[in-house]
Design a protein around this ligand. Structure first.
Ligand code: AHR
Length: 526
């Protein structure tokens, strides 16, 4: 190597070092902050964020119903009619809006008459989808609807289309909702319930493209029309809301075919299912995941925005007045089951990753509330992305629970549109928007803004502009932990819980915020 070459090499090395230093230094100084503009002024024409976006799902699966909600009235665990008192109190505090039941895949194998009447006369069946366990039918229609009354939640029943009949489903509607003299209301009365419960929300089958019968969209459309015709608004003021089994994630053809084939007066809602999952063949551990796995899960979760936008656009073509709701009746993170647990029980822990999924997804739903009228997190207790985990008489609240509780201020509030220009969360060659947000004004005039920073490595600065209204105070709560993999366990149940947030400063019509890595914040403005 000549002397000249050496000089050139040194020069190049020095230059690239200077360049790298400048890049790192200026990069961190000039890291452009995220900007958010909220249209905070007149909101008379804005849509309402339906409280039903804050709904849940409970299937006869693993320890979701049995040991989760229901321990039976002879249990030593404090209960009301067999429903755990700790669970009732926690879900009421979270303001659970509606509860979908009994499935899921289980719904299309379920014959409701097996689950009513004296418990010792109810037949036992095999739960063929979930672990092959014996289902003794001790928790049935009366138990579910009485439980919903205790929870203050509206019931959402998934009817059996796959292996049931039109008569069976219309009988079920009559059993729970009819006031007049007929065999089904007589049966209800004989089973100890005089007054009907009046169930509004009904799913007509579940995942008809898969476990619900492997149907084509054309075939299912016809089935839906037939079932829906006989699910009438019986003899009282109960208006039934009929939800068609919807698309699997980005199966846009499913939505298009149903919207084209089903007359507007036979349908009130169409479902959508999407899970935040890396790959069905290679899921991650619920707690021991790498940042690559975290990134891939968040990418799948944020895809919900594309899904809701595109399914809504299809619905707009056939239903420009937006009469039919998009009902995202299964969503959430899906990981490997906890080591040593039954693979058919889908029991997984719940970390700050789940809080990120919940916060970001609820922001998406709030921002699309003109079409998204209900969403049901899968599933409520001990299954998938649960808000509650139980073990014997112990119960813990997960990070997802706290996000649901913090966000309940948006229920039935008026949506305030916002524009988010987010900084990126970068991992290797991949990037995702780090910040998501949604905003609303409640009936008392308080404005709430929910913010999520999914970036597990950096705090992000946000400049939040409030257009059209002056505010005099801001306060907030934050959910954050040292590591995104952190979770509440039965040994350390209080590790993660919301705390007061002091990182928001209001000056004129601007709030400057420093949002810690992997955190969820909800601000209240007066
Ligand atoms: O939530 C678990 C299962 O996921 C449901 O039973 C089914 O509808 C979906 O595939």
């Amino acid at each position: 190597m000549s002397l000249n070459n050496i000089r050139i090499n040194i020069n190049m090395k020095t230059k690239s070092l200077i360049f790298a230093a400048l890049f790192i230094c200026c990069g961190s100084f000039s890291r452009a902050q995220t900007s958010i503009t909220v249209a905070a002024g007149d909101n008379a024409a804005n849509p309402t964020i339906s409280k039903y976006i804050y709904s849940h799902f409970a299937e006869h699966l693993g320890h979701g119903i049995y040991e989760g909600f229901y321990v039976g009235d002879t249990s030593h665990i404090p209960n009301t009619y067999g429903i755990r008192n700790d669970v009732i109190a926690a879900l009421k505090k979270m303001k659970i809006a509606a509860l979908r039941w009994p499935g899921g895949c289980f719904a299309d194998t379920y014959h409701w008459k097996d689950g009513v009447g004296p418990r010792d006369k109810r037949p036992a069946i095999i739960n063929k989808w979930w672990g092959g366990t014996v289902e003794d039918n001790s928790f049935g229609t009366n138990e579910f609807l009485n439980m919903c009354e205790l929870l203050g939640a509206d019931p959402y029943i998934s009817g059996n289309v796959g292996s049931g009949s039109v008569q069976e489903l219309s009988d079920w509607v009559n059993y729970v909702s009819s006031d007049s003299k007929n065999p089904m209301s007589d049966l209800r009365k004989a089973n100890g319930r005089d007054k009907p419960w009046k169930v509004k929300f009904w799913g007509i089958g579940n995942e008809a493209w898969g476990c619900g019968g492997n149907m084509t969209p054309d075939y299912y459309s016809n089935e839906f029309r037939k079932y829906s015709t006989f699910m009438t608004n019986w003899d009282n003021d109960n208006r039934i809301y009929r939800v068609a089994s919807g698309a699997n994630s980005d199966d846009y053809n499913w939505t298009e075919t149903l919207m084209k084939n089903i007359p507007n007066d036979l349908i009130e809602g169409i479902a959508l299912h999407h899970y935040a999952i890396i790959d069905w063949g290679h899921k991650s551990s619920a707690t021991q995941y790498t940042e690559q796995q975290y990134f891939a899960t968040m990418k799948s979760a944020l895809y919900m925005d594309t899904l809701v936008t595109r399914h809504s656009a299809i619905m707009d073509k056939y239903d420009p007045k937006k009469k039919v709701g998009l009902i995202v009746d299964e969503w959430g993170g899906w990981y490997d089951v906890e080591p040593g647990t039954n693979p058919g029980f889908l029991y997984q822990q719940n970390t700050m990753r789940d809080a990120m999924i919940a916060g970001a997804t609820l922001n998406i739903f709030n921002n699309h509330c003109d079409r998204v009228r209900m969403a049901n997190l899968a599933q409520c207790i001990n299954v998938l992305q649960a808000v509650i985990l139980t073990h014997g008489d112990k119960m813990i609240l997960t990070p997802t629970y706290y996000v649901m509780e913090m966000y309940n201020v948006h229920q039935n509030a008026t949506q305030l549109p916002l524009v988010v220009k987010s900084e990126d969360y970068i991992l290797g060659l991949g990037k995702l928007p780090a910040i998501s947000a949604s905003a609303s004004r409640d009936k008392d005039g308080v404005t709430h803004i929910s913010l999520v920073n999914i970036d597990p490595d950096h705090a992000h600065k946000i400049s939040l502009n409030l257009d059209g209204k002056k505010f005099s105070s801001v306060k907030g709560n934050i959910l954050v932990s040292a590591k995104v993999q952190d979770y509440n366990s039965f040994d350390e149940p209080g590790k993660i819980a919301p705390k007061e947030f002091s990182g928001a400063n209001l000056k004129g019509n601007n709030i400057s915020i420093s949002l810690p890595a992997a955190s969820v914040v909800v601000l209240a403005l007066n």
